[in-house]
Design a binder for this molecule. Structure first.
Ligand code: SF4
Length: 59
C-alpha cells in the first residue's frame, strides 16, 4: 500500500501539508510531493485535499 498524489489534479492548496503529522509532503513547483520514507500511511491527507488528488494505491 502506498499514498499517491495525482499531480495533474493537485491545485497546490497545501491543505495536505498542513494536515500531515509526519511532515511527509512538501510543495515543489506548486505541486504536493510525498516523501514515502516519512509517510506512515495513516491516510489523514486524503480527506484534507480539496481536489481529491490523494489516495491509497495497492501495490
Ligand atoms: S498518509 Fe499520513 S503520513 Fe502519509 S502523507 Fe498522508 S497524512 Fe502524511
Amino acid at each position: 500500500m502506498r499514498i499517491i498524489i495525482d499531480s495533474m489534479v493537485c491545485c497546490g492548496s497545501s491543505e495536505c501539508i498542513k494536515a500531515c503529522p509526519e511532515k511527509a509532503i512538501v510543495l515543489h513547483d506548486g505541486k504536493a510531493v510525498l516523501d514515502e520514507a516519512k509517510c506512515d500511511l495513516d491516510g489523514i491527507c486524503i480527506p484534507a485535499c480539496p481536489q481529491g488528488a490523494i489516495g491509497f494505491l495497492e501495490n
